[in-house]
Design a protein around this ligand. Structure first.
Ligand SMILES: Nc1ncnc2c1ncn2[C@@H]1O[C@H](COP(=O)(O)OP(=O)(O)OP(=O)(O)O)[C@@H](O)[C@H]1O
Ligand SMILES: [Mg+2]
Length: 271
């Protein structure tokens, strides 16, 4: 069974989708069989990564029983990287879709048979901890929080941390915090650096690897591509995600033995 990582943030536009896509690619390139799930009703991960289809089938079509699990996933041109796109969704039906996703075991039933053959599942969510994100946190092993390095972001960070605590106290005691990833860090902006100093010194779980603010991300997201896929010289920003993937692999290995302790083990016979 894949280890499931949910990317979540209270605030919108902080770089969740950017981190999800580039990090999924980095894990895949490091040899992990990786599934990237687009759980954002507004999402559109991977249109360009896949085959250029304008309307990819995916989770919505699967939930409506129109396609099989096998048909819902989309292999990419990158070995080890597979997408589970959002699927075809009429904007007028977003609320129904969200309610369906969040009702009982619907999401788990859809995902269990799909991600059993992967090492890692990254789940991109809409901003805020609404019902869809909560459903994803309910079946995840880890939460990863992209955090935009600016002064007003600290409040929204505490809101999402509280939401994670609630899920852990309720429906999913296995949920662990994997990390808070600083994004859009602007080295030329004193207030961005001051926020970074505050979070690195004052908060547990902030990753050493941060993602700088760089114009190339806007170009990459317009093209629907990871930064390393744009034409030209490989940008240094792409390397950041390899460093982040390595750091998170280490963090997961550290957390895993602790996770095992949560479970009661059956008695074993020695002789
Ligand atoms: N490190 C970065 N530097 C500069 N721009 C960035 C960076 N990361 C993301 N962006 C840009 O910021 C915008 C928002 O990023 P993204 O879509 O990843 O955020 P999000 O948290 O997924 O948003 P939403 O809450 O709407 O889903 C995009 O235009 C993206 O190109
Ligand atoms: Mg997004």
């Amino acid at each position: 069974m894949a280890r499931r990582i949910v990317l979540t943030s209270q605030k919108g536009g902080v770089g969740k989708t950017t981190v999800a896509l580039n990090l999924a690619l980095a894990f895949a390139e490091r040899g992990k069989r990786t599934l990237l799930v687009d759980l954002d009703p507004q999402g559109g991960i991977g249109h360009a990564l896949a085959r250029g289809d304008t309307e990819l089938v995916g989770l919505t079509d699967l939930l409506m029983g129109q396609i099989t699990a096998e048909e819902a996933v989309l292999p990419t041109r990158v070995a080890n990287l597979t997408l589970l796109p959002r699927g075809r969704l009429d904007p007028a039906e977003v609320s129904e879709y969200e309610l369906a996703l969040a009702s009982g075991p619907v999401l788990r039933r859809a995902l269990d048979p799909i991600d059993a053959r992967f090492d890692l599942t990254l789940i991109d969510t809409p901003s805020g901890v609404g019902i869809v994100t909560r459903a994803a946190l309910g079946l995840a092993d880890y939460a990863l929080i992209p955090f935009q390095a600016e002064a007003l972001a600290l409040r929204s960070l505490s809101q999402v941390l509280r939401a994670i605590d609630r899920v852990r106290a309720g429906e999913n005691p296995r949920l662990e915090m994997l990390g808070i990833v600083p994004t859009m860090v602007d080295r030329n902006d004193d207030s961005s650096l001051a926020v970074m100093n505050d979070v690195w010194s004052g908060l547990w779980g902030v990753t050493d690897t941060s993602i700088p603010r760089a114009a190339i991300f806007a170009r990459a997201s317009l093209a629907g591509l990871p930064v390393g896929f744009l034409a030209g010289r490989p940008p240094p920003e792409a390397r950041r995600f390899d460093l982040l993937a390595a750091e998170l692999e280490g963090a997961m290995d550290e957390i895993s033995p602790r996770k095992e302790e949560h479970h009661d083990r059956p008695a074993r016979a020695l002789l």
